[in-house]
Write a protein that binds this ligand. Sequence first.
Ligand code: FES
Ligand code: FES
Length: 163
Amino acid sequence: MSQPMRQIVVSVNGTEQQADVPDDMHLLEFLRETLGLTGTKCGCGYGACGACTVLLDGTPVRACTTHLSRAEGKSVETIEGLARDGQLSPIQQAFLEHEAFQCGFCTPGMILEVCGFLARLDGRVPEQAEVRQALRQHLCRCGSYQRIVAAVISAATKQSRSA
Ligand code: FES
Ligand code: FES
């Protein structure tokens, strides 16, 4: 018996994408396998590690547990969409400057979570404890947490100065 299919229309990194996909497809599979956007990582596949985090209409979500139907007509942003004109986004740049990664596997999900977190703060620079709280459900096997927190505070400070 053939698999039930559905048509999906979703904006990904500012480009409208239309595709016929299996009815039970999740957002992570769509991004990585249908669109070839492999910057979004699959760590656990069941919502526990945060590696697959992307923005759905500006809100961080776990792509591995987000059914693709939830993205219908909405806007998805992935790590591939953050740089502008060849320039890293301020958060990406801060991660680089603070060497806030080793293998980098957790990094795209961390950065997208931080995008949503800093947007919610609306220009306020967070305390370290707030950053840890915001990233509490993101796992980094390399243990780069201290540098990640420093990078987030640095990015927030720069953003507040330029606001
Ligand atoms: S791969 Fe989605 S939370 Fe781990
Ligand atoms: S940098 Fe390797 S898992 Fe976080």
